[in-house]
Design a protein around this ligand. Structure first.
Ligand SMILES: *[C@@H]1O[C@H](CO)[C@@H](O)[C@H](O)[C@H]1NC(C)=O
Length: 221
C-alpha cells in the first residue's frame, strides 16, 4: 500500500515537472582550433583561421549522454541553413561539395549527441542553438586581449583565466593534443551552458592538458 502511494507520488512529481525538465545537466559547446586539429596538413581538405564548432553535447555531472534513441539525422536541403552551418560548423575534413550534400560531420554529431536533447530541441533548433551559442563568444579576440595569440605558449592557468573572463567565471574544458611528442597544444575549448542555454555552467575537465604551472601549452599558428 505504502509502495503504491510512493509510486503515485513519484508519477505526479514526474508529470508536474515534465514539459520543461531536461534529461541532462548541461550542454558543452565544443569549439575546435583548426591549426591543431588539422595537423599534419593533409588531414583537412579545408581550414579556417577561427574557432569552428565540433559539437554541442548534452552531459550529466559524471558522464556524457550519447547515442540516445529517436529519429536519426535528416539532411538539410535548404541552402540558407546549409550556408550558415558551413560558416560556423565547418566540416574541414571534407571538400565543400561533398560536405554540403552528404553532411557527414553534422550527421555524426546529431546522431551521437543531438538526439539526446530532442525533448527540448528538435534537429533544426539544435543546430541553430549551437550557432547562436558560438556567436555569443569571440574566443580568438578574448585570447588575443590576454596576450594569447597563435604561435605563442602559455600555462593552462593563463588560458583558462582568459576564457573565464567571458563565461561569467565558469570553468571551460580546455582540450589538448600532443601532435609533437612532449608538446601539449590547445586543440579545443569546451564552453558549458545550462539546458535552457541562457547561462554559463562549469564544464568537467577532460584533463587532456597539463594543468601545472611549470609547463606551457602551445596555441598553434
Ligand atoms: C571568429 O568567430 C567569432 C565567433 O563566431 C566572430 O565573432 C569573429 O568575428 C570571428 N573572427 C574572425 C577574425 O573571423
Amino acid at each position: 500500500m505504502f509502495r503504491l502511494q510512493l509510486l503515485s507520488a513519484l508519477f505526479i512529481l514526474l508529470f508536474s515537472l515534465s514539459p520543461v525538465s531536461a534529461n541532462f545537466d548541461y550542454f558543452q559547446l565544443v569549439l575546435t582550433w583548426p591549426a591543431s586539429f588539422c595537423y599534419p596538413k593533409n588531414f583537412c581538405k579545408r581550414k579556417s583561421n577561427n574557432f569552428t564548432i565540433h559539437g554541442l553535447w548534452p552531459e550529466n555531472k559524471h558522464f556524457r549522454l550519447e547515442f540516445c534513441t529517436g529519429d536519426k539525422y535528416s539532411r538539410f536541403k535548404e541552402d540558407n541553413i546549409i550556408n550558415v552551418l558551413e560558416r560556423h560548423w565547418i566540416q574541414m575534413r571534407f571538400d565543400e561539395k561533398y560536405a554540403s550534400t552528404k553532411q557527414p560531420l553534422w550527421e555524426h554529431e546529431y546522431n551521437r549527441h543531438g538526439i539526446c536533447c530532442k525533448n527540448l530541441y528538435d534537429q533544426e533548433a539544435y543546430f541553430l542553438l549551437a550557432i547562436r551559442l558560438k556567436d555569443k563568444l569571440d574566443l580568438l579576440t578574448t585570447l588575443r586581449t590576454h596576450g594569447i595569440t597563435p604561435g605563442t605558449k602559455h600555462t593552462f592557468g593563463e588560458i583558462q583565466k582568459a576564457i573565464k573572463t567571458v563565461t561569467n567565471n565558469k570553468d571551460p574544458d580546455l582540450k589538448c593534443v600532443e601532435n609533437i611528442k612532449g608538446v601539449k597544444e590547445l586543440n579545443e575549448i569546451g564552453i558549458c551552458f545550462n539546458p535552457a542555454a541562457d547561462s554559463f555552467h562549469d564544464c568537467r575537465h577532460s584533463k587532456t592538458c597539463d594543468e601545472t604551472d611549470s609547463t606551457q601549452t602551445l596555441f598553434r599558428r
